[in-house]
Design a protein around this ligand. Structure first.
Ligand SMILES: Cc1cc2nc3c(=O)[nH]c(=O)nc-3n(C[C@H](O)[C@H](O)[C@H](O)COP(=O)(O)O)c2cc1C
Length: 171
């Protein structure tokens, strides 16, 4: 599969098989976040893989979008470690760095036949609270991962892409 085919074929999966994700595949997915670019190479990302039923059940109490997936990646960053842009007081790169890591993992997973869905609908403090994560971290995204259910498929929103002329311009 070329990169173009990979990116075009990916869609958000919201129904998973019970089949676990092999630990070797999980390691490859986590490696994709390790090699992702971060501002000033500060690497403020911290990723927690909720694999045990106990940790996934805890997450399900504070997020409706875990979809019963066998793995839920909790993608966090440390805003103190993130790059602070002196030219834009108040800006730090944590959200951006975490989003790049999440994208790398989502696409690496798809390349391995593992589906995912980027989830933003949660409260960072509640997620940290139920999992006992360090206070200094902010949760940027949850990424449920697993093998797509036989009857999974893209929802209508997936195909509602705007025309390229609306989204990008050559100057
Ligand atoms: C930042 C972000 C937050 C999202 N949050 C959620 C979410 O909380 N729940 C959900 O079901 N999907 C969520 N999505 C998935 C989007 O709805 C989905 O990517 C979009 O509709 C396009 O569909 P596709 O991924 O199938 O191409 C999120 C995606 C992004 C990028």
């Amino acid at each position: 599969m070329t990169f173009s085919e990979l990116a075009a074929s990916r869609y958000s999966v919201r129904k998973y098989q019970d089949r676990p994700v092999e630990s070797e595949k999980l390691s490859v997915i986590l490696e994709a976040a390790r090699v992702a670019p971060t501002a000033h190479n500060n690497q403020p990302q911290r990723i927690f893989a909720a694999v045990s039923p106990a940790s996934r059940e805890k997450l399900a109490t504070v997020c409706k979008c875990t979809f019963g997936a066998p793995v839920i990646l909790v993608v966090c960053y440390d805003s103190e470690e993130a790059w602070h842009n002196k030219l834009m007081p108040g800006y730090q790169s944590g959200e951006t760095d975490a989003a790049i890591c999440c994208t790398h993992m989502m696409l690496q997973a798809w390349d391995l036949g593992i589906a995912s869905c980027w989830v933003g609908m949660f409260n960072s403090d509640q997620v940290k609270d139920v999992l006992g994560l360090p206070e200094n971290l902010t949760v940027s995204a949850l990424l449920p991962l697993g093998y797509a259910a036989e009857d999974a498929g893209p929802i209508a929103m997936h195909d509602a892409s705007r025309d390229i002329s609306e989204l990008s311009s050559i100057l």
